[in-house]
Design a binder for this molecule. Sequence first.
Ligand code: GUN
Length: 721
Amino acid sequence: MTALMTPTLRSLYMPVRADPEPCREQDLGLFEVVIRDGAARIGRLHTLHGSLQTPVLLPVINPNLRTIEPREMWERYGVDALITNSYVIWKHDDLKDEALTDGIHSLLDYPGVVMTDSGTFQSYVYGDVEVGVGEIVDFQRDIGVDIGTMLDVFGRPDMSRQELEDCVRETANRAPESLKAAGEDMLLNGPIQGGTHQDLRAEAASLMGSVEGEHRGFCVHPLGGIVPLMEKQRYRELFEALMAARSTVPSDRPIHMFGCGHPMLFPMAIALGADLFDSAAYALFARDDRLLSPEGTIKLEGLNEWPVSSAALFGRTPEEVRALDKDERSVLLAHHNLEVTQTELARCREAVREGRIWQLAERRSHANPQLREAFLWVLDQLEEIPDDPSGETALQMLASANPVRMGREDLSEDTGSRPHILHLHALLSMRWRVPGSWWNGIDGAPDRVVIIDSSPPPWRITALGAAVKALLENPRSVVMISTPLGPIPFSMEDVSPWCHLECSDETWREIYDDEEISEGLEELGLSNIPLVRVAPSEIPDDENSSEVRDWLDRCSIVDKLSVLCAVPPLEACKLTGEMEVRRSNTDRVVNVFNKKQHMLSPRLTDGGISLTLEGASTLNSKPNPPALFDEPISDSLSDHPGIPRVRLLEDATPFVGKGRNVMHGYILGADPHLIPGQPCLVVDDEGNLVAHGTAVTTHREMSQLSKGVAVRVREGALRDD
Ligand code: GUN
């Protein structure tokens, strides 16, 4: 009986993980973006040993010294991919023979994705390697590797510029031969060298990204030569290299951070667009009696209790662990380190899903002074965009960050520099306009700006009274709310993150002086208008109060359409000319009708806009569809170029027209001002509406990705007849 029970019980407690399914033949090597948060992305890389979810950490397996067995990594820790060194295997006859006979998966006893490195790192550590450029790729292919690495030339940060240029050129020269040797089934890493020279990193990324192989180009681009930067904690230069490479690397290629395995670095690297990491740190640090934690490294020596927890250490004291013999201790600490590393990566992925990766990077930046310095340097790039490759990436990051998002926004010293908030403020300053006419029907410039102070959200409750009062007193008043992030128009009162700022009552009661407010007013073009400061008050008992309120509702819709959707304010006014609304029982506008037609709904979760089909077709007023991807983008001088549109390939029209999502690979062109997470229209070659929905990717990504959803369609415009 016991014997019969044992396997069942075992599988209950430690279920055996099934082997992965190979990807579809046509998907091999493709990378898709599933969820994104600014430059960070949850992606999928399709391989013959499973579709690998990214961001991912590949533990390094030393084929001669397996601190943790690959099988255990697969079954117990859910490790989907690992990396080992093909050069080490090639050098050892016994390993080489077994790998050639049985394949790398059998040699390692591991069913998941196997990536191999090529010997370049050994050449950096020990001098030259004896293997040829084609030979090492042939070998990786012959042993059945999923993702191999070409023999690149390691660019050390202390090399002269000329030497680094040579590393970049020679690596690029070796690319065609390497891709040819990789054959049809093996995917290949195309490393990006360039040391600490931004222009060289950008050039290397562009060179490596554009090599076309017989079957495909490179599938992954690792950032090479960065280990010396990490060893010396030169994190600013590390992130500079990452941003420079990202400026030119094609969007359909994931970026791998070669040798980057300290969990402390993951959030920032992921927030800047890194997708894969590999690490020997879990085993190396363990051998040195050091514990990894997301906030740094901890020495076992002298510890009384565990400052970081893991299943591996649970139930033992530091003293007990110190008493273990060296090998046993190092295996135990390696388990701890691997667990902590995998957990931090899972935390990062979850943060991307929740749109909070930047906040996590911000928190982790306090772990270490060099990391903080690097983080502040990145903020400088975002705030004062420089004219260099990292500036280009900063710009792309800002433009791709969905400015409105659900959930609370914690206030910290860095809140105002978060990419989505910078984006929202930039859109406001570029697209927001004072009303063209006032609630009593008169036109003309504003007489005054009224700032409502000391008013915490929800502002439709706390500040509405003061807003109505100010407008009754003088209809030509621009009403603003004072927030810790600067003044915002009252019309944007329910837009998150402003309305979800989390801070103490004291912060909300604080009255910012005119000088502090003036910068925000200047950005909105309101600096030369007399300023009045008021406190919250009740809605006045006045016969015109409800008319003022209706006008405020209209302003809110016009402003959201123009700020978030680039609709010219005049056009937005027409759309709301005969506006009626339906309110929720918490007094929020839930549906907006014009001439009795339901046009749109303000989103209750984040204050954005959801269009209806009627709204979308009314806004599709432009005669021509967006330019094709290979045509030059016309430099629109307008701040309000109209709701962004995506031009669909004819073949996809019947499907998208019936409500299916727009997939990459079926798009001919898109407006460059498209914002992921915000509404867009889908049109055909003649500019006719096919559907409307929410953009998932940017213009650049739509032109480069070939798999995954590009527009999540809300409604198709081609009804069944
Ligand atoms: N491992 C760590 N750095 C590097 C690098 O620059 N190239 C290769 N191939 N492997 C690495």
